[in-house]
Design a protein around this ligand. Structure first.
Ligand code: PEP
Ligand code: MG
Length: 563
């Protein structure tokens, strides 16, 4: 049995499809028969064109015409007469092998574009390198797995689950996911949970331990997986699967009910979403709104920043789907483990402590203004609130408010409607924000505690580093005190305080959060009913008794014993 991190709950039983990362090794060789080699090259180009057209047609239907057209543009780039001429000169003239000719011509052209200080032309360089790799893979017979086409009953095994892989996943076909890296709060885990696919992450060397077609069972709740299990183990997992489905069925009785404690205190129970389409899932799972829309996913898996119109449509669609229920939209939280290659940002030594989230947005106001304008315009169609990530002090919040005020004037002048009372709140996820919570509460309309980062930054631990994972714990008294302080400061100023980190759905922490007075719990769609059930089992007086004891603890061990 292999042990990893429980990334997304549920039981998976299926056959492995291994997603390998291929390294391309090229040989600088000449050929005898240049004519045959020219034909081989043309064959690869033809296949590239056919594959790309097919991919673009699929994208028309799923992601949209604009992204599909970017792909179609790749065909034109490869078929550019200058490029074709240079390729022919190398293959037919100098008898160079096709893959080396492709490498030389496309790499040189890419380098030429990369040197021009213009973002659009630099993007061309990225595109050309992408085209180059794809054509070389065709010539070398390297086939990448097309995730969108894998069979029903597949368990995907990959080093990491990237956003572009997840874009291709058809949830009905995927029974589970196993990876070599990533923790419970990594974005791969968050995406797996959003799609309700069981996942076990960070299994050492899993990619070298399995092969395509191996049978596998996995338990995403305990973080266990067995490769080629015997009949007894399969039977055991089938029983677990049925029990899991039954529990899900039982939870249905909590659907359509308010979220109240046993003694009648009502709180809000809302959802975390990553894509506009997830809003429908939030409604289906009976979420009472959206407590965190991670907008950076709109910016990923594409070649350029989404336009104001695209963003407006995305935010508006969520607001409309939620029909007047609160929708908290977090502005762009890029950096850290979420890169946007097309921005061409410098690599940083400590990306989690670097140029990310609001720091990036206040520097690149051209990009931020587009998002804020789109948010304001969409606010006319529902109950949208703006949330600022990674805040460390009041200056950042004030600057965002000034930008919003200026944009409101612009919209007034253009006669475009928006919600003049739109609330601007702060994501509380840095120790600095926690220390300044009293001051921030005077200027923010609401708080939402991001325990994923708050835990990491409070404990000075990297979210994804397995060596120090033992320190990454929200049960640590230091983190609990931070949470308590943030809630207290919000209460003192009478503003709403929620939690959108993973801790909001942790049944062990729920009584503490209730005792502290948390107003809103924002959890993944799949955790809504479980969280409502957990909340319904507590009396506030009992929560307070427990909290008093827990907050007197000075070690995590003591805390866990009590919880
Ligand atoms: C958090 O930090 O708790 C959070 C919800 O945001 P993210 O996981 O996207 O950083
Ligand atoms: Mg965060």
């Amino acid at each position: 049995m292999y042990k990893g991190i429980a990334g997304s709950e549920g039981i998976g039983i299926g056959k492995i499809v291994l997603i390998e990362e291929h390294e391309i090794h090229l040989e600088n060789r000449t050929v005898e028969d240049a004519e045959a080699e020219q034909k081989r090259l043309q064959g690869a180009i033809d296949k590239f064109v056919a594959d790309t057209n097919a991919m673009a047609d699929r994208m028309d239907a799923t992601v949209g015409e604009k992204d599909a057209d970017i792909l179609r543009g790749h065909i034109q780039m490869l078929q550019d007469p200058m490029i074709e001429e240079q390729l022919t000169a190398l293959v037919s003239g100098e008898k160079l092998c096709a893959e080396m000719a492709v490498e030389q011509v496309l790499e040189q052209t890419a380098q030429m574009f990369a040197q021009i200080p213009d973002e659009l032309l630099q993007q061309r360089a990225t595109d050309l390198r992408d085209i180059k790799t794809r054509v070389e893979k065709i010539l070398l017979g390297i086939e990448d797995v097309d995730i969108s086409k894998v069979e029903k009953g597949t368990v995907l095994v990959a080093r990491d689950l990237t956003p572009s892989m997840t874009a291709g996943i058809v949830p009905e076909n995927i029974q589970g996911i196993l990876t070599e890296v990533g923790g419970r709060t990594s974005h791969s885990a968050i995406l797996a949970r959003a799609m309700e696919i069981p996942a076990v992450l960070s299994i050492e060397n899993i990619c070298s331990l399995v092969k395509n077609g191996d049978n596998v069972v996995l338990n995403g709740s305990t973080g266990e997986a067995v490769i080629n299990p015997d009949d007894d183990v399969i039977r055991e997992y089938q029983q677990l699967y049925e029990a899991y489905q039954k529990e899900k069925e039982l939870l249905k009785k909590y659907s359509g009910k308010p979220t109240v404690t046993a003694d009648g205190k009502q709180v809000e129970l809302v959802c975390n979403i990553g894509k506009p389409e997830d809003a429908a899932k939030a409604v289906e799972c009976d979420g009472e709104g959206v407590g965190l829309f991670r907008t950076e996913f709109l910016f990923m898996d594409r070649d350029s920043i989404p336009t104001e119109e695209e963003q407006f449509e995305a935010y508006k669609s969520v607001a409309e789907t939620m029909k007047g229920k609160p929708v908290i939209i977090r502005t762009l939280d890029i950096g850290g483990d979420k890169a946007l290659p097309y921005l061409g940002l410098e690599e940083e030594e400590n990306p989690f402590l670097g140029f990310r989230a609001i720091r990036f947005c206040l520097e690149r106001r051209d990009i931020y203004e587009i998002q804020l304008r789109a948010l304001l315009r969409a606010s006319a169609f529902g109950n949208i609130k703006i949330m600022v990530p990674l805040v460390t002090g009041v200056e950042e919040l004030r600057q965002v408010k000034e930008m919003v005020a200026a944009l409101m004037k612009q919209l007034d002048a253009e006669n475009i409607s928006y919600n003049q009372e739109i609330e601007i709140g702060v994501m509380m996820e840095t120790p600095a924000a926690c220390m300044m919570a009293d001051a921030l509460a005077k200027e923010a309309k609401f708080f939402s505690i991001g325990t994923n980062d708050l835990t990491g930054y409070t404990m000075a631990v990297d979210r994804g580093n397995a060596k120090v994972a033992y320190l990454y714990s929200t049960y640590n008294p230091a983190v609990l005190r931070a949470i308590q302080r943030i809630i207290e400061c919000a209460k003192k100023e009478g503003i709403m305080v929620g939690m959108c980190g993973e801790a909001a759905a942790d049944p062990k922490l729920i009584p503490l959060l209730l005792a502290f007075g948390l107003d809103e719990f924002s959890v993944s769609a799949t955790s809504v009913l479980k969280t409502r059930k957990a909340i319904s089992e507590w009396d506030i007086s009992r929560c307070r008794e427990l909290a008093e004891k827990v907050m007197a603890c000075v070690t995590e061990e003591e805390v866990l014993k009590l919880l």
